[in-house]
Design a protein around this ligand. Structure first.
Ligand code: PRP
Ligand code: URA
Ligand code: MG
Length: 212
């Protein structure tokens, strides 16, 4: 696994506002959207391209375009949905699939309750979106889901990660899949409830409100 922590003053500033418990859902959603755009710049650095001939008003020249098969962007519902618009704004030709996953708050096991993805992901570059990488269970299950469909190149775009989750992810994935994790910050630790410390709380609740 390759880890990229985005070290940038704008990212640090926006993340601090995001962490603040006083920040309400409308601002929280806006900040998540802005942060994804900044992370996506790094996350897409290795997106596959091909030469593309065009004619400018002056001459013909060989430029660059994103190659086929198109990248696949997969938000992990619910919280990952808050990152989708920012990602597709930068990667408008990407295809979008969906994974619905919820962590059991007692066992920390990730339960998959929905999926809408192409059956065959052979040769596809996949971008998983989820703001929180806590115990790592959700991301490992999501990567295994893509792996079972043939994907071998996965970039996870997250806002916060816990060191414990990154360690477990690294061991669980091994070198079966080329996994790159792009995060805005790696926090201190997990608490006894599996929450990231200092973190930002429950990302889904802060984006969309508390659901029983
Ligand atoms: O690394 P883990 O320990 O697996 O935890 C991280 C997961 O928990 C949160 O989702 P949650 O289960 O709260 O679902 P939600 O997005 O619907 O709120 C978060 O968005 C991740 O998907
Ligand atoms: O801190 C955490 C851990 C898991 N899920 C969240 O939304 N936040
Ligand atoms: Mg949640």
């Amino acid at each position: 696994m390759r880890l990229h922590v985005i070290d940038h003053p704008l990212v640090a500033h926006k993340l601090t506002v995001l962490r603040n418990q006083e920040t309400a859902s409308p601002t929280f959603r806006l900040l998540v959207d802005e942060l994804v755009t900044l992370l996506a710049y790094e996350a897409t650095r290795e997106v596959r391209t091909e030469p593309h001939m065009i004619t400018t008003p002056v001459t013909t020249t060989v430029g660059t375009r994103i190659a086929d098969p198109r990248p696949l962007v997969v938000p992990i519902l619910r919280a990952g949905l808050g990152m989708l618009d920012g990602m597709t704004r930068l990667l408008p030709t990407a295809e979008v699939g969906f994974l619905g996953m919820q962590r059991d708050e007692q066992t920390f096991e990730a339960v998959t309750y929905a999926n809408r993805l192409p059956d065959d992901l052979t040769g596809r570059q996949c971008f998983l979106l989820d703001p929180m990488l806590a115990t790592g269970g959700t991301l490992i299950a999501a990567i295994n889901f893509l792996f079972d469909r043939g994907a071998r190149d996965v970039t996870a775009v997250c806002l916060l990660a816990a060191p414990e989750g990154l360690d477990i992810l690294d061991k669980a994935i091994g070198d079966r899949v080329d996994v790159k994790v792009v995060v805005a910050a790696v926090d201190e630790r997990l608490d006894e409830n599996g929450y990231i410390v200092p973190g930002l709380g429950d990302a889904g609740d802060r984006l969309y409100g508390v659901v029983d």
